[in-house]
Design a binder for this molecule. Structure first.
Ligand SMILES: NC(=O)c1ccc[n+]([C@@H]2O[C@H](COP(=O)([O-])OP(=O)(O)OC[C@H]3O[C@@H](n4cnc5c(N)ncnc54)[C@H](O)[C@@H]3O)[C@@H](O)[C@H]2O)c1
Length: 313
């Protein structure tokens, strides 16, 4: 970033990834002017402990941007606000709130060509059996994923029609890490299994634990999102660890970090449409943003467990 005191806006900043990103931006750009917008539908103010910026409590699906911000110019808008409960099946609400929030933001940012960095999702790929490449067509299998695929379509269309406007979409894979507990059921598997094991229970995973996911640590996701500030052109990129690891392997890693020896308790998978495999192909994001994940599953889980249970000797 050219400016040492940039003006950044972060939507969804009371949420899991948004709060990690906001606090990282505050660290990296101590003189930055920061504003968070969030309506707390799944966020929590406690995630922003130590935050020194402004906070606008508004629903983005209804917010009037010019009225809220007048002619204020931002150096970049990070758009992470979204309904994130993938089991919310109300098709109208998911698509209306997620897509219309994005459309309003695009309409505000278009005249000034403010850089937009927005959260898309690996869920847009649907069922996969090999690493997903950005050029693979979207195959959303739930309404949440559909809303994200429409956001990608909108971003691609806008970027095509406005060559001087940089819009970066980031398809986050299966993110885990600090400040996610407020999400409840939609929190990561890493969090839920750690909590079960910490409470002395066998970790419950779907039969037979050989499903594989690209579990990515939130610190890598934050780093990749900040790298998008330097992108020279618009694009939609994967952001993951680049490695699919099985649920059984995750239990092994957690056992090592927690000093336990639990065997998985295999349960039936109640979900008809389930991503049994996710893996990010990172070739494009490496060359476009210089992204290189730093946390293997072993390293990420170890770092997270220290944060979750600081009193562990
Ligand atoms: N966590 C993951 O594994 C993952 C994976 C892929 C994509 N994503 C995307 O990353 C982003 C952040 O997800 P998260 O895991 O931090 O979830 P989160 O639920 O913790 O954060 C979302 C935040 O957006 C806010 N919000 C939702 N709708 C809003 C609206 N209309 N107006 C204002 N605020 C609103 C919520 O209150 C919440 O604070 C989302 O866009 C999500 O779709 C997350």
């Amino acid at each position: 970033m050219a400016s040492t005191a940039p003006n950044f806006l972060i939507t969804g900043g009371a949420g899991f990834i948004g709060s990690n990103l906001t606090l990282a931006l505050q660290d990296k750009f101590p003189a930055a002017r920061l504003t968070v917008i969030d309506d707390f539908r799944s966020g929590d103010f406690k995630n922003l402990r130590g935050y020194r910026g402004d906070f606008v409590a508004q629903n983005l699906a209804a917010m009037d941007w010019p009225r809220q911000f007048g002619s204020e110019k931002f150096d970049a808008i990070f758009h992470l606000a979204s309904i994130t409960d993938t089991t919310l099946h109300d098709q109208f609400v998911q698509v209306h709130d997620n897509v219309e929030s994005f459309r309003r933001l695009l309409n505000f940012a278009r005249p000034s060509k403010t850089r937009i960095i927005f959260a898309s999702s690996a869920s847009t790929y649907g069922a996969a059996t090999a690493a997903s490449v950005e050029t693979n067509g979207a195959a959303p299998s739930n309404i949440y994923a559909f809303s994200k695929a429409i956001m990608d379509n909108l971003a691609v269309r806008e970027a095509k029609e406005n060559s001087d406007w940089i819009i970066i979409g980031l398809r986050y894979f299966n993110v885990y890490g600090p400040r996610e507990a407020h999400k409840g059921v939609p929190s990561s598997m890493v969090y839920h299994l750690a909590q079960q094991m910490k409470a002395g229970q066998r970790p419950r995973i779907f039969k037979h634990g050989d499903q594989k996911r690209d579990f990515v640590y939130v610190k890598d996701i934050v780093e990749g999102s900040i790298l998008a500030l330097e992108a020279k052109q618009s694009g939609i990129y994967n952001l993951g660890s680049g490695q699919a690891r099985s649920f059984n392997e995750l239990v092994d890693v957690l056992n090592k970090c927690l000093g336990t020896k639990f065997q998985p308790d295999y349960i039936e998978n109640p979900h008809a449409h389930y991503q049994n495999f996710t893996e990010a192909d990172l070739e494009r994001v490496r060359s476009a943003l210089g992204y290189q994940p730093q946390f293997s599953l072993e390293r990420g889980v170890a770092d997270y467990i220290e944060w979750l249970y600081p009193d562990k000797s």
